[in-house]
Ligand binder design. Structure first.
Ligand code: ZN
Ligand code: ZN
Length: 137
């Protein structure tokens, strides 16, 4: 999303845009996306400052590091950004800042749920789906 600091009306402006996560380099080895990222921004200019409140919504998916099942991660985040309007180039590209904020929330070790039981180290069964016979001995 790009904001032209010279074209922000006194009452502010609301912008909406959809991004493809791959275009924003948001996909990693553990996080992927199936659809676009939706961003809504409320932009205001107060004297020499441009303040942007961005609401970002997307559905990411990951693979649980314990049971190896795929699961979804809902991204729903409010991001507050501030820029100086007294800059050389009046057009502000806010995507790098949005990207950074989203990536900050990525889990180091994704879990499908906090108490995921993982796989039996013996038979490989997913213990979230019931016990296996190995543990009874
Ligand atoms: Zn799991
Ligand atoms: Zn087992």
């Amino acid at each position: 999303m790009k904001i032209d600091a010279l074209r922000i009306p006194p009452e502010g402006i609301n912008l909406q845009e959809e991004f493809w996560p791959a275009d924003m380099d948001l996909e990693t080895q553990v996080i992927s996306f199936r659809g676009p990222l939706k961003a809504e921004a409320a932009v205001e200019k107060i004297t020499n400052a441009v303040s942007v409140m961005v609401h970002v919504v997307a559905t990411a998916q990951s693979t649980c590091s314990r049971c190896l099942e795929e699961f979804e991660i809902a991204i729903d985040k409010n991001i507050a950004l501030n820029y100086s309007s007294a800059r050389e180039a009046p057009v502000i590209d806010i995507n790098p800042d949005i990207r950074e904020e989203i990536i900050l929330d990525y889990p180091m070790k994704p879990l499908c749920r906090p108490d995921c039981k993982g796989l039996c180290s013996h038979c490989g069964k997913n213990l979230n789906k019931g016990g296996c016979n190995c543990a009874t001995t």
